[in-house]
Structure formats: structure tokens, C-alpha cells
Design a protein around this ligand. Structure first.
Ligand code: ADP
Ligand code: MG
Length: 408
């Protein structure tokens, strides 16, 4: 089977101009723990996975941007001079109005967010700084990150594109700044109101480590996972139930969190701790309280997980994963029957811990499993799905991997 990197290079051939100038890539991510805490200015602990999106990119002599993807083999072109007119304005309007296909709004939105930085550098060149050409580009994209499975193919496409622009437009950005460009593209150009966790994880990932991110200060710390040394593996169970991230449930949960914070008189739920929960229960209606309780306890679970990993290693975190799932199922109410089935079956077959991951309403669950019982756990999950008449899940392992990089 051809890998995604080769696919991107081959697809680049469809531009009819020979080889790309380089290939960049960025990974998807799995979130070990910390769900829906990002937009509440709380804590998350994601890790980059080995599944990546590759961008094969060639510099053009003119000011045209062309994008093509194995997801939609129709190339889409836009001038650098049309970026602002296309994407400035209300979030997501170019996609909503059909001016730009949704998939193309990810790489072109990245270009829109990065372009002013490139122009600023080019202007500085006149004052003696090294010249930074802001050239048009041909960008061919291919990915082995499952789309819409809660593994953030969106951060992967943003990270791969932004890393390419960072080098080719000589922007000199660090990983966090590249992540911010990705988030701006996703929030403003695509119109999906997500936090910055996925992008940070995709740009800053390290082998066998997770990225602990404080979503308020954007401080990060790499936390060793030690899965390999401990003989553990992380199983992903893609339920194949598609989530609809930018609609319905996600917006509602965000609104409940904002309401809870406002009624508790704090800037965000980050400012509440477990000790504040009895007071919150008295002050809030039942639903809002349970939403708040999920966020507050989940923040504490992330801190506890980091501490457990540092003090005792990954064998010590199973219970925290299980508690996180229960909180999402019962308090935040973002699980679905397929996710609950996956978690219960994995635990029943000996997984150390398991929980749904990602925004919810479908997507994937993760299970922390001893490497030599991977088959047993996978089979138990498949059987449980078959018994309930669910579409067969797709199970595979993910290895904590390196973040965005230049490959060629
Ligand atoms: P997730 O990030 O969980 O996979 P999202 O809905 O956030 O799901 O992002 C998926 C969307 O990102 C796709 O529907 C598509 O528009 C875009 N996308 C992701 N990967 C690619 C790709 N390789 N080529 C083109 N578009 C992609
Ligand atoms: Mg996404």
C-alpha cells in the first residue's frame, strides 16, 4: 500500500509541473484526558499519533494558491490578493456561501491567517532583514488520519499546511504560533468554533510523550507516557458514528459552560475547583450544574493524571480514564451507545482504562491495554458491537509520536 507521503507527492503530479519543493507533515491526535476543558480555559493532555497529513508543496512564480487533496481530487485555486476578500468577515461565511469548498478552507484559511505575517516580513526586508518572498504555492494533500473520527484530521491538515508556509514564506514561527494559525483558520475561515488543543498537540508532539497544555496561559509541558517501556498500548476504537462538531450539541455544551461560569460569577469554569461544587449545585439548575461538574472534575483529573504519570507511570492512570468517561456520559451527556459499548467491552476484557475521546456524539474511544491483550480486547469490542447490531467498529493502535515536521 502506498503511504500518505507518497500519495501527496503523486497527487502533486496532477498540477502538471514536476516535483514539489518539499513535503511537510503534521499528525492527528488522541486526547488521553481532558475533554471539553479547552474552551473553558482548563487543562488537556493530548498526544500526537503516527497518523499524519502530508502536504507536498511547490513554489509558483505568480501569486496563485492552488490546493488539491486525495479527499477531493478537484483542484481549487485562489489568488493571494483575494484571500482577504474571501475570508475576512463573519466566521465561516466563505464556506457557508459556497465560495470555497469546505475542505479547501482549511489550507487556504491557513494561508489567509499566515499571509499578513509573510507580508510584514517582506516589508521588513527593505530595512535590511533577510528577504521573505511571499510566493504563490501549489499544495497537494494526502492523509492517513481518519476524517471525523475524533482524531483531528483538521489539526493535521492545518499543521502540515502551516508548517510548509512557515518555511517557504520564511515566517520564523515556533510550534505554538503555528498552532495559533491553524486555530484561526479553523475558527474563522472554516467556521468551526474549536479550542487550540488539537493544533498544539499536532505541532508540539514528541515520541512516547503527551503534551500537557494549560489552555488559559498556553503554557505547555511534555509528559513522558512510558507506554513502550511498560508494555502498554493505546487502542483506538472508531465507532464510525460521525460527529457533527460545528453544530448542535457542541455549541449547546459551550453555551451551558458559559452560562454556568456567568451564574457562578467567574470568568471561566477554570476558576472553579472541586471545593466549589456544593455551592454550584445550590446556585445552578440541574443540567447546568452537571455540565459544570464535568468540567471542574475533568480539570482535576487531568492534573491527577499528569501527577500519576510522573510519579508512578501509565499503569496508575486507568481509573482516571474510566472516571472521565463516566463524567462525559452522565454529566456532560456527549456519549452515544456505541461509545459506551466500546468502553464497557474494553474494560470487561481487561483494559486498564477506557474513555471516549474527542468532542463526542460519535467518533472514537480509547483504551489503555497491555500490548499482549490487544487482540482479546479488540475482539471483545467487536463482539459487543455485533451483539447490539451496530456497524462494526474500526480498531487500531496509536503510538505517541512526533509533531509537525518537514519530511523532504
Ligand atoms: P476531525 O478533525 O475530527 O477529523 P473535523 O470535522 O474537525 O473532524 O475535520 C474534518 C474535515 O477537515 C474534513 O471534513 C475536511 O473538510 C477537512 N480535512 C481533513 N483532512 C483533510 C484532507 N486530507 N484533505 C482535505 N480536507 C481534509
Ligand atoms: Mg477537527
Amino acid at each position: 500500500m502506498t503511504g500518505a507521503r507518497e500519495q501527496a507527492e503523486q497527487l502533486f503530479g496532477e498540477f502538471g509541473r514536476g516535483r514539489p519543493d518539499g513535503v511537510w507533515s503534521a499528525p492527528g491526535r488522541a486526547n488521553l484526558i481532558g475533554e471539553h476543558t479547552d474552551y473553558n480555559e482548563g487543562f488537556v493532555l493530548p498526544f500526537a499519533i503516527e497518523h499524519r497529513t502530508y502536504a507536498a508543496v511547490g513554489i509558483r512564480a505568480d501569486r496563485t494558491l492552488r490546493v488539491i487533496s486525495t479527499l477531493d481530487r478537484q483542484p481549487f485555486a485562489l489568488s493571494l490578493d483575494a484571500l482577504a476578500a474571501t475570508f475576512d468577515g463573519p466566521a465561516g461565511h466563505a464556506v457557508a456561501e459556497g465560495t470555497v469548498p469546505e475542505w479547501a478552507a482549511y489550507p487556504l484559511g491557513v494561508a489567509w491567517a499566515a499571509y499578513p505575517l509573510g507580508v510584514a516580513w517582506a516589508a521588513l526586508a527593505a530595512t535590511g532583514r533577510p528577504a521573505a518572498e511571499v510566493a504563490g504555492l501549489d499544495i497537494a494533500l494526502a492523509s492517513d488520519v481518519p476524517v471525523g473520527a475524533g482524531l483531528s484530521s483538521s489539526a493535521a491538515i492545518e499543521g502540515a499546511t502551516a508548517s510548509a508556509l512557515n518555511d517557504l514564506w520564511e515566517l520564523g514561527l515556533d510550534g505554538l504560533s503555528i498552532a495559533k494559525i491553524g486555530r484561526t483558520a479553523e475558527n474563522e475561515a472554516v467556521g468551526a468554533p474549536t479550542g487550540i488543543m488539537d493544533q498544539v498537540s499536532s505541532t508540539l508532539g514528541r515520541l512516547d510523550a503527551a503534551t500537557f497544555l494549560d489552555c488559559r496561559t498556553l503554557e505547555t509541558a511534555s509528559v513522558d507516557l512510558g507506554f513502550t517501556a511498560t508494555g502498554l498500548a493505546l487502542l483506538v476504537i472508531d465507532t464510525r458514528v460521525k460527529h457533527a462538531h460545528s453544530t448542535g450539541g457542541y455549541r449547546e455544551r459551550r453555551a451551558s459552560c458559559e452560562k454556568g461560569a456567568a451564574e457562578m460569577g467567574v470568568p471561566s469554569l477554570r476558576d472553579l475547583s472541586v471545593a466549589d461544587l456544593p455551592r454550584a449545585e445550590e446556585a445552578l439548575d440541574d443540567v447546568t450544574f452537571r455540565r459544570v461538574r464535568h468540567i471542574v472534575t475533568e480539570n482535576q483529573r487531568v492534573l491527577d493524571t499528569v501527577e500519576a504519570l510522573r510519579a508512578a507511570g501509565p499503569l496508575a492512570i486507568g481509573e482516571l480514564l474510566v472516571a472521565s468517561h463516566a463524567s462525559m456520559r452522565d454529566d456532560f451527556e456527549i456519549s452515544v451507545a456505541e461509545l459506551d459499548t466500546a468502553v464497557d467491552a474494553a474494560l470487561g476484557a481487561g483494559a486498564l482504562g477506557a474513555r471516549m475521546t474527542g468532542g463526542g456524539f460519535g467518533g472514537a474511544a480509547i483504551a489503555l491495554v497491555e500490548a499482549d491483550s490487544l487482540d482479546v480486547v479488540s475482539r471483545a469490542v467487536e463482539e459487543a458491537f455485533a451483539e447490539r447490531g451496530f456497524t462494526a467498529p474500526h480498531t487500531f493502535t496509536v503510538t505517541p509520536s512526533e509533531g509537525a515536521r518537514r519530511d523532504v
